[in-house]
Design a protein around this ligand. Structure first.
Ligand code: ADP
Length: 197
């Protein structure tokens, strides 16, 4: 049985920065967001149920989902968010379980980056959970810059998520990303070293 580590955080808290480093160092990392994007492509398992629920207005002319529109429909309305988490959540869980079982056969240690790890009760899958956290003002700033969105839009995305303090009490290890990226990676290296002991 492989050792499996779950990585989580909030939007723009620095999860991808950590997982990019892990991949560069040869580790397998399952990216739950990438799995979701794949499932939401035309023909994917999530695509059909989203179009049935929201109607054609969420489609671009190309037939792909209009992702920014979809995100705003879901994150601006708690009922839609609840629907999305429940309905899509079940399918996503099945797909992630299949990937986990596959890697369990070949790897001694691997990672899964799951933004909703605690919200969707994935914690029991993991030997360890790592939370990448930042203060809210830093998170807001990085989100606005990365996604080129207004302060209002960034605040509304943050308000739709659990505050990171709520996740901090649940996580096995917390990585502080208020400093620079080098400081974040140093913490990752320490945790990897601890595991080799
Ligand atoms: P997540 O994957 O959690 O959404 P990212 O890793 O994409 O977050 O980080 C969000 C944004 O902040 C990205 O543009 C990233 O380059 C930047 N970023 C991440 N960590 C730092 C840091 N320590 N200092 C400055 N910018 C950072």
């Amino acid at each position: 049985m492989a050792k499996i580590i779950g990585i989580t955080g909030g939007i723009a808290s620095g999860k991808s920065t950590v997982t990019e480093f892990l991949r560069q160092n040869g580790f397998e990392v399952v990216d739950a967001d990438a799995v979701v994007h794949q499932l939401q492509k035309p023909g994917g398992r999530l695509y059909q149920i989203i179009v049935e629920h929201f109607g054609d207005k969420v489609l671009l002319e190309s037939g792909e989902l209009n992702r920014p529109l979809l995100a705003s429909l879901i994150f601006s309305n708690p009922k839609e968010q609840e629907w999305s988490e429940r309905t899509q959540g079940e399918i996503i869980r099945e797909e992630l379980a299949a990937l986990r079982n596959q890697l369990d056969q070949t790897e001694a240690l691997f990672f899964m980056d799951i933004p909703l790890l605690f919200e969707q009760n994935y914690a029991s899958w993991f030997n360890e959970t790592w939370l990448v956290y930042v203060n809210r003002d830093v998170q807001l700033d990085r989100l606005m810059k990365r996604d080129q969105i207004s302060k209002e839009a960034a605040e509304s995305r943050l308000n739709s998520q659990w505050p990171l303090e709520r996740k901090m009490v649940l996580a096995g290890h917390s990585l502080d990303n208020n400093g620079n990226q080098k400081q974040l990676i140093t913490q990752v290296v320490h945790l990897l070293e601890e595991m080799r002991l």
